[in-house]
Write a protein that binds this ligand. Sequence first.
Ligand code: HEM
Ligand SMILES: *[C@@H]1O[C@H](CO)[C@@H](O)[C@H](O)[C@H]1NC(C)=O
Ligand SMILES: *[C@@H]1O[C@H](CO)[C@@H](O)[C@H](O)[C@H]1NC(C)=O
Ligand SMILES: *[C@@H]1O[C@H](CO)[C@@H](O)[C@H](O)[C@H]1NC(C)=O
Ligand SMILES: *[C@@H]1O[C@H](CO)[C@@H](O)[C@H](O)[C@H]1NC(C)=O
Length: 415
Amino acid sequence: MASRTLLAGLMLCSFWALARADDNTTKKPVSTLYSDKLDTTFSINLPENSGDVNFFLSSPLFSWFGVGFSSTMAGSPMLLFYASADGKAVTVSPRYATGETEPAYNSTMRVAVAASTVNNGTFAVTGTCSGCRQWSSNSTTQPFILAWGADADFLSTNDLAARVKQHSGYGHFVMDVKQATGPGGTAMLLALDATKNSDGAHLDGDLQADTGNHGGLAHGVVMALATLVVAPIDVLTAGALRRWPVLNIITSTVMMAFLLAGMGLGIQMSRLYIATQQYRTAHQILGLLAIVALFLVAVLGVVYRLIVKSATKRGQQPPEKSGLLGKVHRWVGRAVWVIMLVNNGLGLQFAEASSTLIIGYAVLAAGVLILVGLIRWSIYCCTRHSREELEEDKAGIELAQLYAPSHHMGHGAGH
Ligand code: HEM
Ligand SMILES: *[C@@H]1O[C@H](CO)[C@@H](O)[C@H](O)[C@H]1NC(C)=O
Ligand SMILES: *[C@@H]1O[C@H](CO)[C@@H](O)[C@H](O)[C@H]1NC(C)=O
Ligand SMILES: *[C@@H]1O[C@H](CO)[C@@H](O)[C@H](O)[C@H]1NC(C)=O
Ligand SMILES: *[C@@H]1O[C@H](CO)[C@@H](O)[C@H](O)[C@H]1NC(C)=O
């Protein structure tokens, strides 16, 4: 009986010893999230009675990596990590997002980097953020967010306010901030062994690949189609096939639809980024002005056509000044087309497209412009003789002959 008690006591003791040894190693005030999908480790340590967050991040190189100290983008203090200008260290930029838009650099949060390296396509950084901590609980499931930029176009700058493009993916996670609270600081984080295990943290739901970041591409493609394919067809149907004005009405309407869709996508994109939210870039201003001008040009074409039609109906020559109207309509329409071709280039430049793409586009645009110019000019020359009789048909033939259903309107005006 006594020996049994002794044995049980011994076992209990050794169990306690084991448990305490175990305790000793896990009791460090750190919570760590490891994502195998991203091969990313994020650890925090929280000094008591302080608004500081000591952090450690190790991650493969993305164009940027972000951690937000809240459950949603909106209202979240964030840290964005990207390679420094020399590519050898990590820039840590404290930011604040007011919605699902590019977070702005926010100097009310201060970051001190204790150590950072970029090595063999991986970065590791340890530091302290003052002011990143907004929560005031000891929750074991405090919500956080993470997001990563593209696995290409790597940012490499010391600029804390550098432009970043929308994420390629994002996720939500929770951390045990109670476990992470205690002394140690960055020195302790630096001394941690590399780990591929979460401890006091886990992903909340799956990581989401972001499909919302193709708006810029769609905007560019739609605008390129509108100006390089639809507009030339429109100019040529107006010039060459003026006997079938319906065809030109269709191409004009299609073009306007393309331009409006492209503009819609552009406006949606503009909302997302700090640089574009104020509509102050040359690309945005020119683009909007061009579309407004095109509408005015279309109206001008319709008015001109109505004047000519009603004059013909009465068996009179159109008033002399209406010719000017037609000229303005034609030449402004052409000018707007050229401005749009140039503006596409500005857009590519603004989107930081590769110079190969920009030069390729410039060559293509110039080629289309010259080709259309030549074809249009030869049409002009071939129809020189019969132009007088066809004067009326020349009205509103240009680029923006939108909603100028020539025949119906002509008749309508005649009644
Ligand atoms: C230029 C920068 C950014 C833009 C334009 C942007 C935009 C957006 C948009 C439009 C959404 C809606 C969902 C979608 O379209 O896929 C979204 C969701 C989300 N973003 Fe961002 N984001 C940016 C940066 C960040 C950063 C730095 C983080 C994290 C540190 C982040 C974390 C999230 C999360 C977690 C969601 C899911 C919805 C939520 O919880 O709010 N984003 N973002
Ligand atoms: C427990 O931790 C202390 C300091 O953190 C260390 O000196 C000691 O050796 C550890 N004990 C064990 C059993 O690991
Ligand atoms: C800066 O961040 C703090 C939170 O850390 C936020 O309360 C404040 O509104 C932000 N300022 C701006 C201008 O966004
Ligand atoms: C560099 O990275 C590659 C692939 O990620 C890995 O195979 C290699 O061992 C790494 N080299 C060093 C020195 O860490
Ligand atoms: C969280 O826990 C720490 C120590 O465990 C304590 O000092 C602090 O007051 C607690 N904070 C809250 C908001 O409960």
